[in-house]
Ligand binder design. Structure first.
Ligand SMILES: Cc1cc2nc3c(=O)[nH]c(=O)nc-3n(C[C@H](O)[C@H](O)[C@H](O)COP(=O)(O)OP(=O)(O)OC[C@H]3O[C@@H](n4cnc5c(N)ncnc54)[C@H](O)[C@@H]3O)c2cc1C
Ligand code: SF4
Length: 366
């Protein structure tokens, strides 16, 4: 195990976020990579519990105590090998996973949990830096071919598993570039797009073919895909937003989060070429919905130069501690303050949105 007394000797620490006034001037990642010693100290806190609840907490079943031990012992290659057994893309999860593993960490019963997500990120960045992340060498070709429709994380993970199993794989994506919400939903300040591109390149080198601008069922026939492949995997995600069908919904300036975020992400990807038609510089922005997508809209609005940002939530303000309804190791329903909130946002709870009143209506009420 890592240091048997590590959890007594060291406190949980996470890398320092970049200063708010500096990071608001760009869309770059908020947390710089710390040095390896910092992360090794954090790995030393792992107690290597007999029943590691973090395994269950992690939807991937990551073998967390084992890679913590390898990190503590300075064996980063071994840590990378252990992590790769269960996780296709630790560079994504190490940056944007909500980390239910940490909520289930046994140390979290009466102390702060092990900083597992940061350890994971450091392992994969170390692996890339050392050149250990290579194209997959397929040992046995099955002679079968599989089409994957949709290139979000689900499609990418399916493609990665399929190519490792020796199949030929073609990924069809209707958008201009692969990545799904990794590329067009999640803002760069959480996940810079070179991270996605680096992985796509390795997947291409492994033999996966990406066909973008291929909207299956529209400009590409599903019958052609079926006849050319032995199997088809549907990983199209859910692009249907949840609407708010209340009076005034069609007023100018009311948008779905993804209309706003996709345009912003494409603007950044274009090298800030042409300002998108939804751009909130100088505007007072109200974000309806207090979840993570809402927080992404807050962070993006502040970077675009909004005058004010208010986020409203239907539910009441959660507390700071677990209650009897969400005891350890369940996911705690507690108040979360994201880095976007820290950058400036007025948050309000217990608000039901009943109607949108457009400027015309406000001046000339019905
Ligand atoms: C704003 C936002 C922020 C988020 N932040 C986080 C976060 O920080 N952490 C986290 O864990 N999760 C986050 N999520 C959730 C996460 O992004 C999704 O759970 C995840 O992307 C789902 O993956 P997917 O592959 O199923 O779908 P998607 O990522 O939606 O990918 C589906 C892909 O299929 C393509 N497609 C659909 N139909 C077709 C077709 N007919 N032909 C070709 N291609 C097609 C789409 O264009 C898309 O690229 C966030 C979601 C949003 C919206
Ligand atoms: S950060 Fe997410 S992917 Fe990584 S170990 Fe924790 S739950 Fe699993």
């Amino acid at each position: 195990m890592a240091d048997p007394k590590g959890f007594q000797k060291y406190s949980r620490e996470v890398p320092k976020a970049r200063q708010v006034d500096i990071r608001l001037r760009d869309y770059k990642e908020i947390y710089p990579l710390p040095d390896t010693k910092f992360i090794q100290t954090q790995a030393a806190r792992c107690m290597d519990c007999g029943v590691p609840f973090c395994h269950n907490g992690c939807p991937l079943g990551n073998i967390i105590p084992d890679f913590n031990d390898a990190v503590y012992s300075d064996d980063w290659k071994k840590a990378y090998e252990i992590l790769s057994e269960t996780n296709n893309f630790p560079e994504f999860t190490g940056r944007i996973c909500p980390a239910p593993c940490e909520a289930a960490c046994v140390l979290g019963i009466n102390n702060n949990p092990v900083a597992i997500e940061n350890i994971e990120k450091q392992i994969i960045e170390q692996a890339y830096a050392q050149g250990w992340v290579k194209a997959n060498n397929i040992r046995v070709e099955t002679g079968k071919s599989v089409a994957v429709i949709g290139s979000g994380p689900a499609g990418l993970a399916a493609a990665d598993q399929l190519i490792k199993a020796g199949h030929r794989v073609t990924v069809y994506e209707r958008n201009e570039k692969p990545g799904g919400l990794l590329r067009y939903g999640i803002p760069d300040f959480k996940l810079e797009k070179w991270v996605v591109e680096r992985r796509i390149k390795q997947m291409e080198e492994s033999g996966i073919i990406f066909k973008c601008n291929s909207n299956v069922g529209f400009n590409v026939k599903i019958q052609d895909i079926e006849s050319q492949n032995d199997a088809v995997v549907l990983t199209g995600g859910s692009t249907k937003p949840r609407d708010l069908p209340i009076p005034g919904r069609n007023a100018n300036g009311v948008y779905f989060a993804m209309e706003f975020l996709e345009k912003s992400n494409k603007y950044i990807d274009s090298g800030f070429n042409a300002i998108p038609d939804i751009f909130v510089k100088g505007k007072n922005v109200v974000v309806i919905g207090g979840g993570d997508t809402g927080a992404d809209c807050v962070g993006t609005s502040n970077r675009q130069g909004a005058t004010s940002v208010t986020q409203i939530e239907l539910l009441s303000k959660p507390g700071n501690q677990r209650t009897d309804k969400d005891p350890w190791p369940l996911w705690p329903m507690i108040l979360r303050t994201s880095t976007s909130h820290e950058e400036g946002c007025n948050r309000e709870w217990s608000i039901q949105t009943k109607r949108f009143i457009s400027d015309d209506e406000a001046i000339y009420p019905a």
